[in-house]
Ligand binder design. Structure first.
Ligand code: DGP
Length: 113
């Protein structure tokens, strides 16, 4: 998989506003926020997107979701939030490294655009 800007953030070569880090993942504020709270949770393992997850990645995928919920709690989000994996061109994915969006702080529309 070609290197992305997120690989550079994982290695600390590009600054990011990190809100959580552990051995498997990193969570940081999105540089182009679409809501008052917009955090990305990414695996340190290079995985292109949800479609590239394999058998054996179940724990990793679940970990991203649990970390997103933990970050939401830590940021004091009490009125709800949305978790989104964009996948591929039609899914609106622009960075080809798996990432889970945590969006909160305003009433989000449905269906998404
Ligand atoms: P997506 O469109 O689902 O692939 O989301 C990619 C997100 O990544 C997008 O909301 C903007 C964010 N992003 C892109 N480059 C950077 C960066 O260098 N730093 C941070 N913090 N976020 C980035």
């Amino acid at each position: 998989m070609p290197e992305t800007v997120f690989a550079k953030i994982i290695r600390g070569e590009i600054p990011a506003r990190i809100v959580h880090e552990d051995e498997r993942c990193l969570a940081f504020h999105d540089v182009q926020p679409q809501a008052p709270v917009h955090v990305l949770v990414i695996p340190k393992k290079p995985v292109e997107n949800v479609a590239a997850l394999e058998g054996g990645d179940e724990a990793l995928a679940g970990h991203l979701v649990l970390v997103a919920a933990e970050v939401a709690r830590a940021l004091g989000i009490t009125d709800g939030y949305r978790l989104v994996f964009n996948c591929g061109r039609d899914g609106g994915q622009s960075v080809d490294h798996l990432h889970l969006h945590l969006l909160a702080g305003r009433r989000l529309g449905w269906p998404p655009g």
